[in-house]
Design a protein around this ligand. Structure first.
Ligand code: ADP
Ligand code: MG
Length: 485
């Protein structure tokens, strides 16, 4: 499957996808007012006069939001505009009391750039058109009232960065991989908390289909996809639906659609407005946004090593596979755990296996973030050192890990001692055990000598059992083979 992405056709059609992603910027206060941005407060307790659009109030640009936009531009190799302009996007909706949204239109703050990622084995690059600053709207509440709706303006004025791609993606899998990579980057550089359930990172997927070589088809825009799973389902459904429409002789109408996770279908919400419908014009209440070059350089100096560069370094310095390196750079905390443990133990590959295996499994099961995992990088290093030097088997190491995780111990060596998990590395003692097992399982011995390899495994199993799991499996293998010859 993984090498089939270059020319993916669905029933003879090429899929074309472009993304618009709203990343909520992690500022303390709103983009044009001093009200807090915290999620989940009582309705209308975090909206000030500016957010309520009371007459006579004026917006004031939040410098922190601009800095976060600059960080994204630097991370994605974009041009940071020295001069960009806020515009009013006019439309009427109850959750938008001003009657317009402040956004950027003709001159956005971040221009161009790209996002690169692996799709299977293949390297993909999606070009960005732009990323612009804008404010979020409020929220209509339909559930708590009978025959009426409420408006919560807490979210009004929350800073967003809308990140727009070229229509470069050619499959739902590529679109999801793009979204995951963008998510990794915005959380990595600390501009967005990435919480998709709370709506901090939501994607609109523009989808069209065409016969290979034809002009771009008419697109429909699937709004507000807030999980990677729904993203994939929604695009796959939309593609099938569009192809069926065209095959049935109907033209696709440009439209905005919603995905319903319960039915797995997309449904038209409204026919799509054109830019002209919004009557964009520069906002006279806000001066142009001017970004001095030395500010950009200051922000650049404070940028962390980016996940892709770090992953490449893990491959070069620690001999990891590209897949492992990408997995370990999912978050700064995971990458730090790997680097600390790999340095302390000198066992990069083992550390990588343990983080991606046992540690990740426990983190998922207990819903813990790696930053607050009960087993530290230092403990993990001590554990893999004891596997590497043959003190404990991999299975025993899982018991030690469990003991550390559940707080039954803190020192790896002390836990090994207390639980009697040391491997039997004493050849003499092991040979006695093997002789006993061979005597008690003469039938298996005979079968093996008659050419049945399975009988060998049965004997290894018996020896491991007789040693209560403490024998070194490799050593058992070697000794047993020698004795059976
Ligand atoms: P609008 O201003 O109406 O939102 P844009 O031209 O800014 O439209 O495009 C919005 C998004 O739609 C971009 O991500 C772009 O790549 C994508 N897009 C444009 N045309 C198509 C198409 N024919 N098929 C799929 N995606 C498209
Ligand atoms: Mg748009």
């Amino acid at each position: 499957m993984s090498n089939m992405h270059t020319s993916l056709l669905v029933h003879g059609y090429e899929v074309v996808i472009g993304f618009e992603t709203h990343a909520q910027l992690a500022t303390k206060s709103k983009i044009f007012s001093r009200a807090p941005t915290a999620f989940g407060a009582e309705p209308n307790t975090q909206a000030c006069a500016v957010d309520l659009a009371l007459p006579g109030t004026l917006p004031v640009m939040n410098q922190a939001a601009v800095e976060l936009a600059i960080r994204l531009g630097l991370a994605l190799g974009s041009h940071i505009a020295e001069h960009s302009v806020f515009a009013r996007k006019n439309y009427f909706y109850p959750d938008l009391p001003k009657g317009y949204q402040i956004s950027q239109f003709e001159i956005p703050v971040v221009q161009g750039g790209e996002v690169s990622f692996l799709l299977g084995e293949e390297k993909k690059t999606v070009r960005l058109v732009r990323a612009h600053l804008e404010e979020d709207a409020g929220k209509s509440l339909h559930e708590d009232f009978i025959g009426q709706s409420g408006i919560d303006l807490n979210r009004a004025g929350t800073p967003l960065l809308e990140i727009v791609t070229e229509p470069d993606m050619r499959s739902s899998a590529e679109a999801v991989a793009y979204a995951k990579e963008l998510h990794r980057i915005v959380t990595w550089i600390g501009i967005c908390d990435g919480n998709m359930q709370e709506g901090s990172f939501r994607c609109d997927a523009n989808v069209s289909v065409r016969k290979p070589g034809a002009a771009l088809g008419t697109r429909r825009e699937i709004k507000n996809l807030n999980s990677f799973k729904f993203m994939q389902q929604a695009i796959d459904y939309e593609v099938r639906w569009q192809i069926e429409e065209i095959e049935d002789g109907r033209a696709i109408q440009q439209a905005t659609v919603l995905f319903d996770p319960d039915t797995g279908e997309t449904r038209a919400m409204r026919t799509k407005e054109d830019a002209a419908d919004y009557r964009y014009f520069p906002d006279p209440d806000l001066p142009p946004l001017v970004i001095a070059r030395d500010w950009v350089e200051q922000v650049r100096a404070g940028m962390p090593e980016l996940p892709r560069a770090m992953a490449a370094r893990f491959v070069a310095d620690h001999g990891l596979s590209e897949y492992d390196a990408v997995t370990l750079t999912q978050s700064p905390a995971m990458a730090a755990c790997f680097e600390t443990a790999a340095r302390a133990s000198g066992q990069a590959k083992l550390v990588s296996n343990w983080i991606m295996g046992e540690l990740s499994r426990r983190l998922n099961a207990d819903e813990v973030d790696i930053a607050s995992a009960p087993v530290s990088a230092t403990q993990l290093a001590a554990l893999v050192v004891r596997i590497a030097d043959g003190t404990i088997s991999n299975n025993a190491a899982k018991q030690v890990f469990d003991a550390l995780w559940t707080g039954q111990g803190t020192q790896v060596d002390a836990v090994i001692e207390a639980k009697g998990l040391k491997q039997m590395n004493d050849t003499g003692a092991l040979e006695i055990l093997i002789d006993e097992v061979m005597a008690a399982n003469a039938d298996n011995v005979a079968q093996f000598r008659a050419g049945k390899e399975k009988a060998f495994n049965a004997l290894v199993g018996q020896v491991m059992k007789a040693s209560k799991g403490k024998a070194n499996p490799q050593q058992v293998n070697d000794l047993l083979r020698r004795k059976l010859q």
